[in-house]
Design a protein around this ligand. Structure first.
Ligand code: ATP
Length: 330
């Protein structure tokens, strides 16, 4: 860990002040060097109090989203331990795909403050303005058959939903809209895009990208009716770095549970409890046809089980469909 990350962590974990002398001894650097790190933190927006003869104390950390801030909050073994941070990039999914091709380790996480070419499924775009949201993608190297990789979208959806709930408490009604969205009060809060590089029977790597509308307040007209952010729905701003750390913690645990059975068995109960489509009439929009049916829930393979009006039961694979409510987005 870099000295700045460690100092941040120490300041955060200490009640009261830490003396400059103690920090300089601990890191084996001069007190001026410690002071320079404190100055840097203040310039990034941290309010660090400095009192003569006492030392330093962190008063408030605003919504700083730097590599050091994220790492100083991360309590994971592998998820998000190696971070690629960008103030601006084309798409974090593209950055992670490239990192995967170049041999980056399992769990590598790309985070951006802004994307110039944020992507959704099937060539759609993801609105990615600066300073207000989370755009992140993680590299996974699962030793499973390629046809099981689409379940990773569901594993991530559960992890993001749980991470958000952990951070905001009971602030909003967070639910999963199968297969790849998270909604709050019926509006789209999170989009997930999973992409895979594979051979016929072997996965090279999987990229799972997540866009979370955190403090966004202005949405382009096309999505103004369907999109929302934590801020618009909870009425207050939410800090991004702790939310990223919370999602990584949930993902690490859920991913390991997924790998035990290579399906959704161990996660089904928690996932189903958050599934908005359960027991609802939905419109299934596929490449060839669109039809209405009653959604019953998901199975161990992560497929949506629906009952058609004539009574036939179908399992729908998440690959190529969109699901809508009969009367609207949900
Ligand atoms: P659908 O939700 O229609 O089934 P999808 O899952 O295929 O679509 P995604 O890839 O999740 O779509 O997201 C892309 C779509 O989400 C865009 O076409 C747009 O309608 C909407 N969108 C784009 N940016 C945002 C955003 N920041 N917040 C909420 N919705 C957005």
């Amino acid at each position: 860990m870099k000295m700045k990350t460690e100092i941040l962590k120490l300041l955060r974990e200490t009640d009261g002040y830490i003396s400059g002398q103690q920090l300089s001894r601990q890191f084996g650097v001069s007190r001026t060097a410690v002071w320079k790190v404190i100055r840097q933190l203040q310039e990034e927006g941290y309010q660090v109090g400095a009192v003569r003869n006492k030392g330093y104390r962190i008063v408030d950390s605003p919504d700083v989203m730097t590599k050091e801030e994220i790492l100083s909050l991360m309590n994971t073994r592998w998820a998000g331990r190696n971070i690629l941070y960008y103030d601006v990039t084309d798409s974090t999914n593209l950055r992670i795909k490239q990192a995967g091709d170049e041999g980056a380790p399992h769990g590598t996480l790309a985070v951006a403050d802004r994307q110039t070419a944020g992507r959704g499924r099937r060539g759609r775009t993801w609105e990615s303005p600066a300073g207000s949201s989370i755009y992140m993608s993680i590299l996974l190297r699962p030793d499973i058959a390629p046809n099981k990789a689409s379940m990773l979208t569901l594993v991530m959806a559960l992890s993001v939903a749980e991470g958000i709930r952990q951070c905001i408490g009971d602030g909003g009604d967070i639910q999963i809209k199968w297969p790849n969205d998270i909604i709050i009060n019926g509006k789209k809060l999170v989009g997930i895009l999973t992409e895979m590089s594979s051979q016929i029977d072997y996965i090279n790597h999987v990229t799972v990208g997540v866009g979370i509308n955190v403090n966004m307040t202005d949405f382009p007209e096309e999505i103004a009716q369907t999109a929302a952010s934590l801020r618009t729905e909870c009425g207050h701003t939410v800090k991004r770095a702790p939310l990223i750390a919370a999602v990584m913690e949930r993902l690490e645990e859920n991913y390991d549970i997924f790998l035990e059975t290579e399906d959704m068995s161990g996660l089904l109960e928690r996932y189903s409890a958050l599934l908005v489509n359960r027991d609802r009439d939905v419109r299934i929009i596929g490449a060839k046809e669109a039809y209405e049916a009653h959604a019953v829930g998901i199975d161990r393979a992560g497929e949506l089980i629906v009952r058609r009006p004539d009574g036939t039961i179908e399992q729908i694979n998440s690959g190529e469909v969109s699901v809508r409510g009969v009367y609207g987005y949900v």
